[in-house]
Design a protein around this ligand. Structure first.
Ligand code: GLU
Ligand code: MG
Length: 466
């Protein structure tokens, strides 16, 4: 008789726990990302890992209606004090945390008490959409870019104000790392810090493609190798928490929030993706635009078509709309173009001799987005494009804000994006009602909570939350 799956997991976990104990690892952080885009966690001691793998760890579903300031709203299916779920660590992702001595980490899937998958689990949603693509013979490779701003850690008053979830404004951020965008000056000034980020990511098996100082003061960016959609989302969670931990070791504070100060260039969490069938990249070798194959073009056309509704998922906090303005390479226009950094959908043909390199970048994504929801929703939109045989409009070159080209702006506020999401049967069906309703309730809550705040208050409230 076959071993029941959770017993098999427990036996694998016992071996892992012995390995971790030998490495002096005491705690395993089990994380999942909620509808506010916050990475929440429960930890178990290493000795308890096998139990967690077999039975899961209890966690209230109420966090699916938590806002970024830890206040709660409610939705038709989820909300209130009742009920419990089980967090199951994904042992394939179990990672010793290089910047948190004594700790390991694993992302978790959420199941009901009876073992059935929890309908509102964002990670399982991403897996469902990945499987849906696989049923059509398609494979997605994805990678999130991570942009962040480093400041000198706040003084006591600032920490207290931000730490208890209050929206009291802090003092002006003190940027670490002077010097120009892409300037070596910033890397010389923060040489040990940047090295430690690289070292920690490498020790955790994260394949870094590149790292550089970005446009805004104190801003950096790291990009990591493409992986399957769920793994790509796991990686971005791990990358952010690693950067946060390394920053703390250096007396610095890292924020991934969409904007640190109004009127500046913000932090994106751009999503790169390519579509494959039988080992061939469908963005190459065809006779569509820039060598795309028919399904490659249709997949991107499906995403482009759905972008106004997708935006409610990829830029789900009001602060995102302060970032998402023209001429900041944030992707404010609903258009596509080869290597056009102002287009929300940038097509990257890649070097001629490297067929695997062609990919597309969705720029209108920020770190308040749940990366699992983003990945899953993008796949749903792309597959719909293939089903409906969508084609791409003409590519756009240049910055429409400068050229005056007649190109639609994406929604300019969260309520506008939410209206588009409410109008998207496609995304509602893909998410399923419990997840869809809880997600909408959270986004409406974030809007209600901040609608009378100044832009300064909206962004400063997030500096210590993302
Ligand atoms: N920081 C910009 C943003 O908000 C993106 C800059 C870039 O193209 O990397 O998305
Ligand atoms: Mg960048």
């Amino acid at each position: 008789m076959d071993t029941p799956p959770h017993e098999a997991a427990a036996s694998a976990a016992r071996q892992e726990a012995a390995r971790l104990t030998a490495k002096d690892i005491h705690g395993i952080a089990l994380t999942w990302v909620d509808n506010a885009g916050i990475t929440r966690m429960k930890a178990v001691p290493t000795a308890r890992l096998a139990h967690a793998a077999q039975w899961g760890v209890g966690m209230s579903p109420v966090f699916d209606v938590y806002l970024s300031d830890d206040s709660a709203v409610t939705s038709r299916h989820i909300g209130g004090p009742d009920g419990d779920l089980r967090l199951f660590p994904d042992l394939d992702r179990l990672t010793v945390l290089a910047a948190q001595p004594g700790w390991a980490w694993a992302p978790a899937d959420r199941h009901e008490q009876d073992g059935t998958p929890y309908a509102a689990c964002q990670r399982l949603f991403a897996r469902r959409m990945t499987d849906r693509a696989a049923q059509a013979g398609l494979e997605l490779r994805m990678g999130y870019e991570t942009e962040w701003v480093v400041t000198h850690a706040a003084g006591r008053a600032g920490e207290q104000a931000a730490g208890n979830g209050s929206r009291t404004e802090e003092g002006a951020p003190r940027y670490a790392g002077p010097g120009p965008a892409y300037g070596m000056t910033r890397v010389v000034a923060l040489s040990d810090y940047v090295r430690d980020v690289l070292q920690a990511l490498a020790a955790q098996g994260i394949d870094v493609l590149q790292i550089h100082p970005e446009y805004s003061p104190g801003q950096f960016e790291v990009s990591t190798a493409a992986a399957g959609p769920v793994t790509a989302a796991d990686h971005t969670v791990l990358v952010r928490e690693t950067i946060r931990a390394v920053s703390a070791h250096h007396g610095l504070h890292a924020t991934f929030a969409p904007l640190v100060e109004p009127g500046t260039v913000g932090n994106g969490a751009h999503l790169h993706l390519s579509l494959w069938r039988d080992g061939a990249n469908l963005f190459r070798g065809g006779d569509g635009p820039f060598g795309m194959t028919g399904p490659g073009e249709a997949f991107l056309a499906g995403i482009l078509h759905e972008l106004p509704a997708l935006l409610a998922i990829t830029a789900p906090h009001p602060a995102g709309y302060l970032r998402l303005t023209p001429s900041r390479w944030a992707g404010a226009f609903q258009c596509w173009g080869p290597e056009n950094r102002e287009a929300a959908l940038r097509f990257i043909p890649g070097p001629a001799r490297d067929a695997g390199s062609a990919n597309a970048e969705i720029k209108c994504v920020d770190a308040t987005a749940n990366p699992y929801l983003t990945a899953g929703a993008v796949i749903a939109a792309g597959l719909n494009g293939i089903e409906r045989k969508h084609t791409l409009p003409d590519p756009v070159s240049g910055d429409p804000a400068v050229t005056g080209a007649d190109v639609p702006r994406l929604p300019t506020s969260l309520p506008e994006a939410l209206d588009r999401l409410r109008g998207s049967e496609l995304l509602r069906d893909a998410l399923g009602e419990p997840l869809y309703e809880a997600f909408l309730a959270v986004r409406e809550g974030e809007h209600a909570r901040t609608q009378h705040d100044s832009p300064e208050a909206v962004v400063s409230g997030l500096r210590h939350r993302y």
